[in-house]
Design a protein around this ligand. Structure first.
Ligand code: ADP
Ligand code: ASP
Ligand code: MG
Length: 429
């Protein structure tokens, strides 16, 4: 008997029929003798709907007071889900009980809409499990020290599930979703993408941080920190498939590099359409200028990603960086109204229609020429690279958004990831 955490995403919870299926699957695991904790998301579309209502009344959505209310609104989707799932489990003959995040409690900091989990009290859940109950806990939600409801950012139910699994020292955390595992890239963009049977924790961390939304990045960070065995699998297999078969399906996130993985130079391609580029033109090229620009941006709580400072020309330089697209207007206003006058910059330019495409693979550590192959592939497609950033196991480029799919497809093929000639998928099976 093991303690297992299941997480079901929005599509998997998308209708009462699907919730019934989730309940049947969970009941199967419980009947096999496991202690079960289930973390569902809001029904698909619900979080968007709720945030859409909020936007109608408050288009700006910026002050902490407004963000607090957004969390108050958005967290309700998950409350409905846990109640419905618990009812469905009871209908399956299970003794099930549901909790909101604050009832556990899942304690977070106070960064509304992107709160971080600080601690989870496991006492109540453990008592329920000991009494033979299936415990259903909201994803996405938490509570800060002043008892304000918080949410963990879009896709945050993954993080709730892994954090709960860590707190309970669960044997495994299974992330059930609408694809049957982690693929070489988003299978909705590249139909030739192949499922990885295993993916290293480091690669998963990069893929998630670079835009593969199959797992929220913080869930991968938690899994790494607390060594939570983590698997991504499909909720669309028949609920009554053999449990041992199900337990081995999907993609396992592994913590040890094995030889097979070494052979794959690039194991995945990630992309991110959520960024925007800004450029401060003609700033004086002198010590402290980066700080002068980015200090104000950081103070406004705007996260910066890729940064480029160009060569100096007549003592002046251009300074570009990317921010989340939601922060684009705010960044432009800040640069125009505060930074440009303070630094003597000539102009501020902005481009919200960019995207970042990245190749990821631990094999890049031991192979040379990988980045240049990426640049060649893009140039052969006539795609202009605006920015480049690299680390040990990834290379990212910023390009015009309209070339995103073309770039991803071309790179997927160039690095031999396409279905029929993928050394990665074959080696990893
Ligand atoms: P859930 O609602 O279950 O949390 P998400 O929509 O958040 O599901 O994440 C699953 C989606 O992630 C898939 O439908 C797929 O389009 C997308 N995705 C992006 N990159 C990948 C990848 N490398 N492998 C698998 N899915 C990916
Ligand atoms: N319901 C939240 C969202 O749509 C959390 C999640 O699904 O993981 O982002
Ligand atoms: Mg998700």
């Amino acid at each position: 008997m093991a303690l297992i955490v299941h997480k079901y995403g929005g599509t998997s919870m998308g209708s009462t029929e699907r919730i019934r299926n989730v309940a049947k699957r969970v009941a199967k695991w419980a009947r096999a003798g496991h202690q079960m904790v289930v973390v569902p998301s809001a029904m698909s579309g619900e979080t968007n709907r709720l945030l859409g209502l909020a936007k109608e009344l408050s288009p700006a959505q910026q002050t902490p007071a407004m963000l607090r209310e957004l969390d108050m609104i958005a967290c309700t989707g998950e409350q409905v889900s846990v109640g419905l799932l618990s009812l469905a489990l009871q209908a399956e003959g299970m003794d099930a009980i549901s909790y909101n995040g604050w009832q556990v409690p899942v304690k977070t900091d106070s960064s509304y809409t992107k709160a971080r989990i600080q601690s989870i009290d496991d006492a109540r859940v453990r008592a329920d499990l000991a009494a033979g109950k299936v415990v259903v806990i909201t994803g996405f939600q938490g509570i800060d020290e002043d008892h304000n409801v918080t949410t963990l950012g879009r896709g945050g139910s993954d993080t709730s599930a892994v954090a709960i699994a860590a707190a309970l020292k669960a044997a495994e955390c299974l992330i059930y979703t609408d694809v049957d595992g982690v693929y070489t890239t988003d299978p909705r963009v590249v139909p030739e993408a192949r499922r990885l049977h295993t993916v290293s924790f480091e690669e998963m961390l990069e893929m998630a941080s670079l835009g593969s939304k199959v797992l929220q990045i913080r869930s991968v960070e938690f899994a790494g920190k607390y060594r939570v065995p983590l698997r991504v699998l499909s909720s669309f297999t028949p609920w009554d498939i053999n449990i041992d078969e199900e337990a081995k399906s999907g993609t396992l996130i592994t913590f040890e590099e094995d030889e097979k993985m070494e052979q794959a130079v690039v194991s995945g391609i990630a992309f991110n359409r959520d960024e925007a580029k800004v450029t401060v033109m003609g700033v004086p090229d002198k010590p402290g200028i980066a700080y002068q620009i980015l200090g104000d941006v950081a103070e406004a709580n705007i996260d910066v990603d890729v940064i480029i400072q160009n060569v100096s020309h007549d003592g002046k330089t251009d300074f570009s960086f990317t921010v989340h697209r939601n922060d684009f207007q705010r960044t432009m206003d800040l640069l125009k109204n505060k930074v440009a006058p303070a630094t003597g910059a000539a102009t501020v330019l902005g481009d919200p229609k960019i995207c970042k495409v990245s190749i990821v693979g631990i094999g890049m550590r031991s192979h040379v020429g990988v980045a240049s192959k990426m640049f060649r592939t893009l140039s052969e497609e006539g795609i202009n690279i605006q920015m480049i950033t690299t680390s040990e196991i990834k290379t990212s480029v910023v390009i015009d958004e309209k070339y995103m799919e073309l770039a991803v497809r071309a790179l997927h093929k160039a690095f031999d990831l396409d279905a029929d000639n993928s050394p990665v998928a074959e080696n990893m099976s």
